[in-house]
Design a protein around this ligand. Structure first.
Ligand code: GDG
Length: 470
């Protein structure tokens, strides 16, 4: 019996040189956590390799990926446009993050979402045996549990959603709401980051479909579906250990050079309207207006990682950020000081680690976030237990990191006050808060998350089978 992981993207970095493809296993959190699972025995990870591969070269790519226990689903450019950028990122992403006016309910997006989920199912059925354990990841594949259930009724299927699940009033706006829910209900175990997501899912399912719930179990057509919270963790040892590495120390000295006495504030996100980047900048502006004593004393390092920049709302957001930073810097900068060091790019993990280590404050203020791993990575990187995390109450992480300074991300004044509090926080208080958070991030790490989900999936299946034999 093997375990089959299925996600939209395969965990690989692709290098294309002179027409040759090289695939390097990704070091992302999910890939690290699931490494032991898909790389063991004849287990496999199924997903899109991340590039448009011409038909005549698909066999070559399949063979190369097989060496890494990966199995590709090839998508055309049209499918990427309609299923991924269209339905996933212009319907599900905004609605699930409560930004309903950003959603485009295009029939062509929905048609393609269905056919691509079907395509993933066909790929999976080529490698699946009826006794295998299947773990499907995230909102791009909501229909897949249902399709696989109808093909392999006895299979063991887990589904985990990495982004929030909205309340019933929001979810029911989607024209294809019943089909999406029915898709997810093909799973035996459905997981979310927080108990609030679980509650929303249970109430949405019972209001829209002929299913009833008792506690966290949904009963539908003689099948039971267990819905539970599994807060995802990070690779604590990796982030904690990185800070001692020579190259990280060098990078850190480089950041700190000439900035003695300055307090550094860090912000790291993908470019996304759910991350509250503009509100964060407004809070900094307010701080410089109301507390001019901090002019020349603090600097914001703001990393915005390019993402989905073909979608109009993301392009608009990028322009707004560019303008805001430009104005703020022009208004407040001096010859040798600038309030915002803005980077629109990604960095190697060593630079990220140096930034986490160098920052006195980490400002994480999403409008909505399933979990938010940046907040946990900052905590793991604080070897000396100093530093202050300012965290949005709308991030799943705020349910665990209760020793952070918690803010409402819509309240710019609240964020500003949190920054002032953090700037003034005595070292002892920083250390007691950080120590408590490090304990949590270390214990509930990504391996714990993976083991917990798989253990629970086994339990759920076993109890279903014992019910059938009674
Ligand atoms: C989704 C959900 C949920 C960022 N900049 C660089 C870089 N990163 C890495 C971070 C972190 C990851 O990207 C971002 O993870 P988040 O959790 O913060 O956000 P999403 O990408 O939106 O993830 C989220 C997550 O899924 C997991 O379930 O927490 O709520 O939206 O790991 O370190 N990595 C490198 N260079 C960068 O410049 N190497």
């Amino acid at each position: 019996m093997k375990t089959v992981i299925i996600s939209n993207r395969l965990p690989v970095k692709i290098i294309e040189e002179n027409g040759h493809y090289t695939f390097i296993p990704s070091e992302g959190g999910l890939a690290t956590g699931l490494g032991d699972v898909y790389q063991s025995g004849n287990s496999v990870w199924i997903g899109w390799p991340g590039i448009d591969v011409p038909e005549e070269r698909q066999q070559e790519v399949t063979d190369k990926l097989a060496k890494l226990n990966l199995y590709p689903v090839f998508l055309t450019q049209d499918e990427i446009n309609l299923y991924y950028e269209g339905f996933s990122n212009e319907v599900l992403w905004p609605v699930f993050h409560y930004l309903v006016t950003y959603a485009h309910y295009e029939q062509s997006y929905w048609d393609c979402y269905q056919s691509v989920n079907q395509k993933f199912a066909s790929a999976a059925l080529k490698v699946l045996h009826k006794k295998d354990k299947i773990w499907i990841q995230d909102y791009q594949l909501l229909l897949l549990p249902g399709i696989l259930r109808s093909e392999l009724p006895q299979s063991t299927i887990g589904f985990f959603q990495h982004i929030p699940f909205p309340s019933y009033e929001i979810f029911r706006l989607i024209p294809w709401r019943d089909e999406l829910l029915n898709g997810v209900l093909g799973a035996d175990l459905v997981g979310f980051h927080t108990y609030d997501d679980v509650r929303h899912f249970l109430s949405t399912a019972t209001r829209l479909l002929p299913v009833n719930s008792s506690a966290n179990v949904l009963n539908s057509n003689e099948r039971q579906i267990v819905v539970e919270a599994f807060p995802m963790g990070i690779d604590f040892d990796k982030f904690s250990g990185l800070t001692a590495r020579d190259e990280v120390q060098k990078e850190m000295e480089y950041f700190r050079k000439g900035k003695e006495g300055l307090k550094l504030i860090l912000s790291i996100d993908r470019l996304d309207y759910s991350k509250g980047i503009l509100e964060r900048l407004k809070a900094l502006e307010l701080l410089l207006q109301l507390h001019p004593e901090y002019i020349g004393k603090i600097e914001l390092y703001m990393v915005v990682v390019p993402s989905r920049d073909t979608v109009p709302q993301y392009r608009d957001l990028k322009e707004q950020i560019d303008q805001f930073v430009g104005n703020l810097n022009a208004r407040y900068r001096s010859i040798n000081w600038i309030p915002v060091n803005y980077f629109y790019r990604s960095f190697p993990i060593e630079v990220l680690s140096a930034l986490y280590s160098a920052a006195d404050i980490c400002l994480v203020t999403p409008m909505r976030d399933g979990m938010n791993l940046v907040s946990k990575e900052y905590v793991a990187s604080r070897q000396n237990n100093d530093g202050v995390l300012i965290l949005s109450e709308m991030a799943g992480a705020s349910k665990e990191l209760t020793d952070a300074v918690i803010v409402n991300p819509n309240n710019v004044g609240d964020i500003m006050e949190a920054i002032v509090l953090a700037l003034k926080m005595p070292l002892e208080e920083q250390q007691s808060r950080m120590k408590a958070m490090r304990g949590i991030v270390e214990k509930f790490n990504v391996k714990h998350w993976v083991n917990n989900f798989i253990l629970r999936l086994n339990e759920v299946k076993d109890s279903q089978q014992s019910l059938l034999t009674k």
